[in-house]
Ligand binder design. Sequence first.
Ligand SMILES: C[S@@+](CC[C@H](N)C(=O)[O-])C[C@H]1O[C@@H](n2cnc3c(N)ncnc32)[C@H](O)[C@@H]1O
Length: 257
Amino acid sequence: MTLDLDESVAQAMEADVRLLPLLPELLADLWELGTSADQVVAALESVGVEPDSTVLDLACGKGAVAVALAEQMGVRVEGIDAFQPFLQAARALATERGVSHRCRFEQGDIRNLLGQDEQYDVALLLSVGPVLGDYEQTVAGLRSLVRAGGFIVIEDGFLADGVAHLPSAEGYAGHSETLRRLTAWGDVVAQEVICPAEQARSVNRRNTDLIRQRARLVRASHPAFEQLIDEYVARQERETQILGTDVLCAIWVLRRA
Ligand SMILES: C[S@@+](CC[C@H](N)C(=O)[O-])C[C@H]1O[C@@H](n2cnc3c(N)ncnc32)[C@H](O)[C@@H]1O
């Protein structure tokens, strides 16, 4: 079943679709909506991405990574996201940091961009989940946007050693099977950054605390949404429990064959 665009955003944000209008308020204290901008900068520097490279940031959220790359590496970034409030935040951040001439943020459905035979130097898909399908389908789609020798960067998860199957992390596999899926089209893993478990847990705990505090205010001003807000916070809390224990996060930089 294909999700419509709002459903796709809601799924990627682990929120009920009816909560989307309140999401900007609930996430007002977070810039990074999943991936550490510093880790992406370091990973791209380590594989030798040059200034002036062209970067496509698919589902860029509030632009934390895009703006950091433009600011710290001098690359040119095009960010695409479906959710207008996040794009507005991303444009404001680029202006504030003085890199709006190197960043462009546009609304779009990233599922419609695949297969367009583009020639970006780098394509990013960070903390977006299975919007483009499983890992093999995702890499196949991203390859159509990147030149040979360019980089595909994915931030997602894999099952920790000893975890065979997890209903709440459907579709994830162990480390070696994950690498096999990511490289199924002949691309090479140029860099892999596995987020240290304790770091993942503490970032998630901090983010969940910020969301919980905001949720109290939003609940008070939108009593009709009380139950949906509580469910959202509870989901964030459950995720904090599995991330860094049963599911480990990693940034994979693939050199496109
Ligand atoms: C968890 S956030 C990650 C944002 C950003 N990549 C980061 O790491 O901070 C997921 C993002 O996916 C976007 N999204 C989900 N489905 C999408 C689609 N089909 N097209 C464009 N954006 C989508 C959401 O709007 C949201 O900004």
